[in-house]
Design a protein around this ligand. Structure first.
Ligand code: SF4
Ligand code: SF4
Length: 352
């Protein structure tokens, strides 16, 4: 990857230039936490810590209108009715700036689910095609980080177009895709020179801070072995209050609900995030609910990330190790600890 350099001052100018023909999502302080919001002059991006909210919102908004509709009836001829539907495909070009590699990697799960050989979600696919990811490599780690254990790392380039690494006075910038390479042709970038070696040292040092990686490769098998162990799952879910924070903040959680919102004879169809941690998520029209207890809902979330997605998508773990769910859980439920407990549980049983 060719390496360039951009100073801190020029980074702001670059953002201003990008914002002329893109919606540029940057991490900013908002409502007490760091979240992605459109860049505006004077709005300073927060780049010294990981955003609480995930960058998935740029391509998978919390709420989006899929279509609007109108029902018409001729009062002189009641049998003459018509329904018109208008699709509301997103058109704007966007840039996500300053997401961490784990957050951007979350898109790899979305890509597999929303845009594959069988299914192409036009809303997701259009946004994804029109969105560029400028990712920021980490130069420090938190106790909840475990990207290195799930096939990622603090300088992972999966789904990024450009990778920035913090160096003295600015950022070393590497193009990951052709689109990213075009971005680095802007006049704000200078030749990387010795900043590139500095960036490599930053990446190496951060990876070392994470230490050795736990091996999750047998997690799918071990979690399935624990599937019917209700006592195990009740113990893991004891503190959970089913608030759903873990799923809303997760860069790889993609569940949604669709509702029609009528106003007289017109209306709109809306897609909103849903959460498998809620009782209503699996409540069927008949009144039957296959997941009535929180233990079964937590089991589904953990198994989905560490067993079902790897089994379906060539061992790709459905968790990017960002630690958001651990940090924000009011009950401190730790997904790493649950998977490790399932792995240890099998070991214990096997040694009996
Ligand atoms: S954030 Fe914690 S308490 Fe809330 S649903 Fe998730 S695991 Fe349960
Ligand atoms: S499950 Fe937790 S640690 Fe894994 S990607 Fe989601 S929020 Fe991050």
């Amino acid at each position: 990857m060719a390496c360039k350099f951009i100073s801190n001052e020029d980074t702001n100018k670059w953002l201003e230039a990008l914002a002329k023909d893109h919606v540029v999502f940057v991490p900013v302080e908002d409502g007490g936490s760091v979240t992605f919001r459109p860049f505006a002059e004077g709005r300073k991006p927060v780049l010294d810590r990981m955003p609480v909210r995930s960058p998935k919102e740029a391509v998978f908004p919390q709420t989006e209108t899929l279509l609007t509709y109108k029902y018409e009836k001729d009062p002189e001829n009641p049998e003459r009715t018509a329904v018109s539907i208008k699709e509301t495909l997103p058109r704007e070009r966007a840039v996500v700036f300053g997401a961490r590699p784990c957050g951007t990697r979350g898109m790899s799960v979305f890509d597999k689910v929303f845009d594959n050989d069988r299914i192409r979600d036009p809303y997701y696919a259009t946004r994804r095609e029109n969105t560029l990811y400028i990712t920021l490599a980490c130069d420090k780690v938190e106790s909840t980080c475990f990207c290195h254990e799930v096939g990622s790392g603090p300088a992972d380039t999966t789904c990024s177009d450009v990778l920035l690494t913090p160096v003295q006075g600015g950022f070393a910038a590497e193009a990951v895709t052709e689109r990213g390479g075009k971005m680095l042709e802007a006049s704000f970038f200078a030749d990387g020179g010795d900043k590139c070696a500095e960036a490599e040292a930053v990446k190496k040092a951060t990876r070392e801070m994470l230490g050795e990686a736990h091996d999750y490769s047998d997690a799918p098998e071990k979690l399935m072995a624990a599937f019917d162990d209700d006592e195990f799952w009740e113990e893991q879910a004891a503190g959970c209050i089913n608030c759903g924070a873990c799923t809303y903040l997760c860069p790889t959680c993609y569940c949604f609900n669709i509702t029609d919102e009528p106003t007289g004879t017109t209306g709109k169809r809306v897609r909103t995030w849903d959460t498998c941690m809620s009782f209503q998520y699996t409540l069927e029209g008949s009144g039957h609910n296959p997941r009535t207890v929180k233990a079964s809902r937590l089991k589904n979330r953990v198994n989905h990330k560490f067993a079902y997605i790897p089994d379906t998508y060539d061992k790709h773990i459905g968790c990017c190790g960002c630690g958001r769910c651990i940090k924000s859980c009011p009950a401190s439920v730790d997904i790493r600890a649950i998977v490790k407990a399932a792995q240890a549980r099998s070991v214990k049983k096997e040694s009996k």
